[in-house]
Structures are given as C-alpha cells and as structure tokens.
Design a protein around this ligand. Structure first.
Ligand code: 3VV
Length: 181
C-alpha cells in the first residue's frame, strides 16, 4: 500500500518505560471520558488497547451498524479515530504524555459492517519530542491489510497543555483538583 510518510534517520534511543503495561495487559485509558478509549464515554468507541511485545500495542474493534459510511462498510473517519487512539497508546509505553500532530491513513480495502478489525501499532522512532508510529488494520493476517496509518505524536506536559480546556470536560469535577494551583 502506498505511503509517503517519512521518518528521520537520526533517531534517539527509545526504551519501554519500566512501569509501562506488561505485554498482554491493557494500556489503560488516558481519560475516562475520551471518545476513543474512555470506559465512561457514552457515544465512544470504548477501545481497549493491549500492550504487545516491545514497543507495540493492539486492539480489536467490532464494526457495528452505527459506524457505517458507505453502504455496509465502515466510515473512514471512524477507522481513522481508531487508528489515532491505538497509535496514541505507544507514547504511554514510553512513559510519555503526547498528542497527535500528524495523522495519515491509506485505505486499501472496504471494511465490512459486522467484521472485527484488529489494529496493530508499533513505534517507528523517537526524535526529541516527536514520536513516530505506524499501524495496520487487518482481519487476522497482518500481511493482508485493510488500511495502514502513520502518525506523529508530540510529548506535552498534561497539566499545562489542558489547563485552559479542562473546565469543558465532562469529567471537570474530577480533573479540577489536579489543575488547581
Ligand atoms: C495531573 C493531571 C493531568 C492530567 C493530564 C491528562 C493526561 C492526558 C495525556 C495525554 C492525552 C492524550 C490524548 C490523546 C487523544 C488521542 C489523540 C488526539 O486526538 S490528540 C488531539 C489532537 N491534537 C492536538 O490537539 C494537538 C494540537 N497541537 C498542539 O497543541 C501543538 O502543536 C503541540 C503542543 C503538540 C506542539 O506545539 P509546541 O509549541 O509545544 O512545539 P513545536 O515546536 O511546535 O513542535 C514540537 C516538535 O513537533 C514537530 N511538529 C509539530 N507539528 C508537526 C506536524 N504536524 N507534523 C510533524 N511534526 C510536527 C515540530 O516540528 C517540533 O519538532 P522538532 O523537535 O523541532 O524537530
């Protein structure tokens, strides 16, 4: 599948954080009301991302009727969200808080409503605050991909980054104590 994503050659060393989720364990939600991973997000994807070996993660997503775009197939934006979410778990394996600055998707085949898609993401490299990732969506054979995604995440200081927005959160009452000086 065609992709023009470029990863720098002068990468930093990247290692798994000693307290990162062990392989086979859930990486955990970064916000309980997150549209992608939040267990309390009423209309969300509720994705449960699992740590893989090394700097990899995976998640399964059942493609349900509300996800429809073209007749009988998933909307590309939903798949894009799922990719963003799963690749967004890679910084957590590094012990970092990070947000997406760049996301691109190559859609290779339609994804049927009723199927269960596996999304498998890996770290491509780290350079300063930038974290480069790749993910593949497939139905069981990673070599037979439905779509491929690439993303760049940039590390942030969570408290500073979200302080102007936290009052808009559904969970503002829970967050507010962490943001009060
Ligand atoms: C105690 C309680 C605390 C609780 C806290 C909660 C913890 C939760 C933690 C984590 C939540 C994760 C949530 C994930 C949700 C799923 C993923 C999403 O949907 S994320 C939403 C969409 N993304 C955004 O809203 C980002 C918007 N962008 C920004 O805010 C800024 O761009 C920011 C802060 C990320 C960077 O801005 P700068 O001013 O700090 O830094 P500059 O210098 O511009 O960029 C740093 C490096 O990144 C490169 N960069 C920037 N944009 C790039 C791009 N589009 N493509 C490639 N590289 C880019 C730059 O070239 C620079 O690289 P060089 O080191 O100089 O080489």
């Amino acid at each position: 599948m065609r992709s023009e994503f470029v990863v720098p050659t002068d990468l930093d060393t990247a290692t798994r954080h000693p307290r990162a989720a062990a392989p086979g364990e859930p990486v955990g939600e970064h916000n309980p009301v997150c549209y992608g991973c939040g267990s309390r997000a009423p209309h969300g994807l509720n994705l449960r991302t699992i740590a893989g070996d090394g700097l990899t993660v995976w998640a399964d997503m059942a493609v349900t009727p509300w996800m429809e775009g073209g007749p009988g197939v998933i909307h590309g934006g939903i798949l894009s969200t799922a990719f963003d979410e799963v690749m967004g778990a890679i910084p957590k394996l590094l012990g970092a808080n990070a947000v997406t600055v760049h996301l691109e998707i190559d859609y290779g085949k339609p994804v049927s409503v009723g199927s269960t898609v596996r999304l498998h993401a890996e770290l491509l490299g780290v350079q300063r605050r930038k974290i480069f990732t790749k993910a593949v969506a497939h139905l069981g054979d990673p070599n037979d991909s439905l779509a491929i995604a690439h993303a760049v995440f940039v590390t942030i200081k969570g408290r500073e980054h979200f302080s102007d927005y936290v009052e808009n959160s559904r969970a503002a009452d829970e967050y507010r104590p962490h943001f009060t000086p």
